[in-house]
Ligand binder design. Structure first.
Ligand code: AP5
Length: 182
């Protein structure tokens, strides 16, 4: 299996749930930009204060800020990694490509997790995070379609994209992911 990979997919597709499991079972560093930003918000740092309102509106935090977070975590890490929720647009994908070239750690695989909008909304409403109310969820979905979905073609053209549909139990989705990445 690849040891340098990305998880892409709409909010609620199960990226975080599955990334955590896969990273634990394969000894990979799991980097979720959403989790790292929420930790900054919780700590009340300047970065967290800058990010909080943007996140609560369901929009994307600035590329510079997110890239700085990823760079600081990857540059001193020598093993495998799994990026979850980054990159989120083509500019972040280009910046990541440059960073990985610099670090001599080329990306190996991209996993796309897909699910119907209504199922995504129901899963997120059931979770109830600060950005999980219906209006913000629907806005996050439209931001995903406009800004993040172009990454699908981008990575497909590079021959790196694998797809799974995230219906079924967490266990069943994990099995599909193992098969897709084998
Ligand atoms: P982020 O934290 O990345 O959130 P997201 O992409 O909206 O994704 P979610 O965490 O909502 O969903 P997920 O796919 O990880 O699903 P999960 O496993 O949690 O980003 C949040 C915000 O941070 C962004 O809006 C933005 O402001 C900012 N941000 C982050 N990264 C950024 C970046 N790179 N650039 C700019 N801004 C950035 O599952 C969802 C729920 O479903 C859970 O309750 C889970 O238990 C449940 N579930 C999972 N699998 C199943 C299953 N098989 N069956 C039933 N329930 C399931």
């Amino acid at each position: 299996m690849s040891h340098r990979l990305l998880f892409v997919g709409p909010p609620g597709a199960g990226k975080g749930t599955q990334a955590e499991r896969l990273a634990a079972s394969h000894g990979l560093l799991h980097l979720s930009t959403g989790d790292l930003l929420r930790a900054e918000v919780k700590a009340g740092s300047d970065l967290g204060k800058e990010a909080e309102a943007v996140m609560n509106r369901g929009e994307l935090v600035s590329d510079e800020l997110v890239l700085a977070i990823v760079r600081s975590r990857l540059q001193n890490h020598s093993g495998g990694w799994l990026l979850d929720g980054f990159p989120r647009n083509l500019a972040q994908a280009e910046a990541l490509n440059a960073l990985l070239g610099e670090l001599n750690q080329p990306l190996q695989s991209v996993l796309l997790m897909e699910l119907d909008d209504e199922e995504l909304v129901q899963r997120l409403l059931a979770r109830g995070r600060a950005d999980d109310n219906e209006e913000v969820i629907r806005h996050r979905l439209s931001v995903y379609r406009e800004q993040t979905a172009p990454l699908i073609n981008h990575y497909e053209q590079r021959g790196q994209l694998k797809r799974v549909v995230s219906t079924g139990t967490i266990e069943a989705v994990a099995e599909q992911i193992n098969a897709a990445l084998a």
